[in-house]
Design a protein around this ligand. Structure first.
Ligand code: DQA
Length: 147
C-alpha cells in the first residue's frame, strides 16, 4: 500500500493554543485524526510525526527512504532557514509537498523565502488545517499519475 509521511516541525505541537488568530484552534492531534480518516478513504497508509529539532527532522527524512512513497512537510520556521532539510529531501528523492497553515506570502517578508519550495512538487498554504487533507489528495493524485 502507498505510504505517506506527514512531518511537522517546530512549535506545531502547540497548535490549538499557539497564536490562534494566525493558526486556528485545531490541535495537532485533531489534524492527525482528520488525516488518518482522509488517508483511509484515499487508500493510503499514513505516518504522522512532529519534532522541534532540525536534526531529528533530517533523520526522519532519511529514514523515510524505502519506507514512505511521499512526504508532506510543514517545516514551520525551518522552511525559511534550513538548507539541511532542503538537502535531505534532495538526497532521498521522495516526492514532497510543502505545507503551511497560514499564507506565508501574506505575512512578514522573512516568511516569503522557502528552501523547501525549491525541491518540492508544490506548495499548499493559507487553508488552515484543511491544507493537510488537500495535501494528501494532491499527493495521492501525483503518486497515482506517476505509478
Ligand atoms: C507555518 C508558517 C511558518 O512561517 C511558521 O514559522 C510556522 C508555521 C504554518 O504552518 O503556517 O511555524 O509553517
Amino acid at each position: 500500500m502507498t505510504s505517506i509521511l506527514i512531518l511537522n516541525g517546530p512549535n506545531l505541537n502547540l497548535l490549538g493554543t499557539r497564536q490562534p488568530e494566525v493558526y486556528g484552534t485545531t490541535t495537532l492531534g485533531d489534524i492527525e485524526a482528520q488525516c488518518t480518516e482522509a488517508a483511509r478513504s484515499l487508500g493510503l497508509t499514513l505516518a504522522f510525526a512532529q519534532s522541534n529539532s532540525e536534526g531529528a527532522m533530517v533523520d526522519m527524512i532519511h529514514e523515510a527512504r524505502g519506507t514512505h512513497d511521499g512526504l508532506i512537510l510543514n517545516a514551520g520556521a525551518y522552511t525559511h532557514t534550513s538548507i539541511a532539510l532542503m538537502d535531505a529531501i534532495s538526497s532521498v528523492g521522495i516526492p514532497t509537498i510543502e505545507l503551511h497553515l497560514s499564507n506565508i506570502h501574506a505575512r512578514e517578508e522573512f516568511r516569503h523565502t522557502s528552501y523547501i519550495a525549491k525541491v518540492a512538487l508544490g506548495v499548499i498554504c493559507g487553508f488552515g488545517a484543511h491544507g493537510y487533507t488537500l495535501a494528501l489528495q494532491a499527493m495521492a493524485n501525483h503518486l497515482e499519475a506517476t505509478s
